[in-house]
Design a protein around this ligand. Sequence first.
Ligand SMILES: [Zn+2]
Length: 118
Amino acid sequence: MRLIVYNSTHIPKEQVRREQRRQHHAWAFQQLRGFIEYKAALAGAVVVAVDPRNTSRTCPVCGFVSKTNRVSQSRFLCGQCGFAGLADHIAALNIRGRALGDAPYVAAAASYESASSR
Ligand SMILES: [Zn+2]
């Protein structure tokens, strides 16, 4: 079993204006990650940290990254290849792909597209 956690080294700039706020934010993520790693070790699971940047703006089929790929809060439409789907599902595919090393999730994304167009 594999668990995926966000890599907390990236903290958006608008949240780091005050040094104290940033430290508290980082501490909370570190503590949460510690709990997850502890429980995962007990269950024999592997924890994989993933950088979440652009996961909701990246096409899982062609890799095109653009803010405009996210046409609304819930819809994703790739401006390069036309791949479309639910934005949260696309982000989850990208997070999974990063955790697995980027390659295998392309096939999963393609099958999602054909399944959702039926
Ligand atoms: Zn694309």
